[in-house]
Each structure stands twice: as structure tokens, then as C-alpha cells.
Design a protein around this ligand. Structure first.
Ligand code: ATP
Ligand code: MG
Length: 242
């Protein structure tokens, strides 16, 4: 589904992604962890062309999205992103947030977009908020809406960049529960998060980044029990003892 080959990214002289090779299969759930500044956000932003790579290739379903003529709107429709700060449209209702992109970008009929939108709102437990505005919702509810919005594009891939790190602690689990529910669907998920319980439960593999490089890739049962090197153990000891 996603194939990164020798991906490099510079910001000026700053080398932030270094020879990244990574294969993600159709429907696979991948959790990316690593210290601040290690390149996690940059890496996933390259996967839907929010950032351009300096060199290397990124194949999605066999199509190289780093090519200049790659169809950016089609790519982003198929590879949705959920951000730390939700990024809902403040002046649109919850349902309008869910229907805007399917109608505009994919040409879905309004009635159809609303029908599937309501189904996803029901799935995340917020059907009763369809006509509310984002400011009338809690942070956890807004993030669940952002996830439903991504789903309503019927993407093959959803990228999550620290989806729970802007939330009050009591709201984290409700968002993780929605993501766990989502993991039952055949959607490829790439999740930057430090929620290790979620990683253990959902991830097919955990990718550890440091200094712009992938330092370790392993399924959770190996990642947490077998030696992955000093950088991984020192990072894990920090986040697990917070
Ligand atoms: N637009 C930009 N211009 C210049 N440098 C950038 C830009 N975005 C990120 N960087 C730099 O690239 C490096 C990787 O940043 P990135 O945001 O990908 O890290 P991260 O692993 O997501 O960190 P965090 O855990 O803090 O979110 C950092 O050194 C950062 O300062
Ligand atoms: Mg980041």
C-alpha cells in the first residue's frame, strides 16, 4: 500500500529524514514513536504530500506521489490526515464538516454524503451532535468528529499525528476507543502517538525514529520485550515512567 524508498528531506541544511525505507501493507496498523524533533510528523506529512521530499520515492498503490504531476487532490482524498488540534471548520456544523470534502473534492451527492456522514457520527457516538458547531463540543468530541470526517472520504489510509496529545487526560480514552474500533476496518492506519497501551493493542508494527532515521521496526510483542538498542530503551524508560 505504502512503500518508501530512500526518502530524504532537508529543510535548508537541516537533514530531517535520512534514507527512510518503510513498507506498509494494505490494512496494516503502524505506530510511529520517537523523541521530539526526530522527524515523525515530517515523515507522515510526506505520505500525503503536505511536504515534498528532497529525494527518494513514495509509492502509494504503486503510484509515485513524489512525481511533480502526481494528482494531489486525489492523493489527499485517499490518504486522510487527523491532526493534534482537530482542524475542524469552526463555522460549519458537525455534519457539514463531514460532508464538505466528499461533495467538493469527490463529487459525492449531498444526500449521500449526509447519509454516510450520519452513519459515521453514529459509529463514534455523536449522531446527536450533527447540527452542533465545533466550539460546542469538548476536545475529545471534536477529535472524534475529525476522525469521522476522515472516514466520510472513504480513504484507504488515515494518518494520525499525535491525535490525543492536545486533549485533557480524561478525554484521551474516548478517542483511543474510536481508533481501536476503526482498527477493525480494513483501513491502513499510520499513527504517531506515545500511547503505548494503544500501540500494544492495535499496532502490527512499531517504528522507532531518532534523528531522522528509523532505528527500529518490530511488532509490539517483540518491541517491548526484546532488546531494540540503547536509544529505544532509554526513550521507553522516559515515556513509560512519566
Ligand atoms: N517547516 C519547517 N521548517 C524548518 N524546519 C522544520 C520544519 N518542520 C519541521 N522542522 C524541523 O524538522 C525536524 C523534524 O521535525 P518533526 O516535526 O517532523 O519532528 P517530530 O518527531 O514530529 O517532533 P514532535 O514529537 O515534537 O512533534 C525538527 O528538527 C524540526 O525543527
Ligand atoms: Mg510531530
Amino acid at each position: 500500500m505504502i512503500e518508501l524508498n530512500k526518502v530524504n528531506k532537508y529543510y535548508g541544511d537541516h537533514h530531517v529524514l535520512k534514507d527512510i525505507d518503510l513498507s506498509i501493507a494494505d490494512g496494516e496498523k503502524v505506530v510511529i514513536i520517537g523523541p521530539s524533533g526526530s522527524g515523525k510528523s515530517t515523515l507522515i506529512r510526506c505520505m500525503n504530500k503536505l511536504e515534498t521530499v528532497s529525494d527518494g520515492s513514495i509509492l502509494i498503490d504503486g503510484v509515485d506521489i513524489t512525481e511533480k504531476k502526481a494528482p494531489i487532490n486525489k492523493i489527499r482524498a485517499n490518504i486522510q490526515m487527523v491532526f493534534q488540534n482537530f482542524n475542524l471548520y469552526a463555522h460549519k456544523t458537525v455534519l457539514e464538516n463531514l460532508t464538505l470534502a466528499p461533495i467538493k473534492v469527490k463529487g459525492v451527492k449531498k444526500a449521500e454524503a449526509e447519509k454516510t456522514g450520519r452513519e459515521y457520527l453514529d459509529r463514534i457516538g455523536l449522531l446527536d451532535k450533527a447540527d452542533a458547531y465545533p466550539s460546542q463540543l469538548s476536545g475529545g468530541q471534536q477529535q472524534r468528529v475529525a476522525i469521522a470526517r476522515a472516514l466520510n472520504m472513504h480513504p484507504e489510509v488515515i494518518l494520525f499525528d499525535e491525535p490525543t496529545s492536545a486533549l485533557d487526560p480524561e478525554m484521551i480514552q474516548e478517542v483511543l476507543d474510536v481508533m481501536i474500533d476503526l482498527s477493525e476496518m480494513n483501513i491502513t492506519m499510520v499513527v504517531v502517538t506515545h500511547e503505548m497501551g494503544f500501540a500494544r493493542e492495535v499496532a502490527d508494527k512499531i517504528v522507532f525514529m531518532a534523528d531522522g532515521k528509523i532505528e527500529a521496526v518490530a511488532p509490539p510483542e517483540k518491541f517491548f520485550t526484546e532488546d531494540q538498542g540503547e536509544r529505544v530503551s532509554s526513550f521507553l524508560s522516559k515515556i513509560l515512567h512519566k
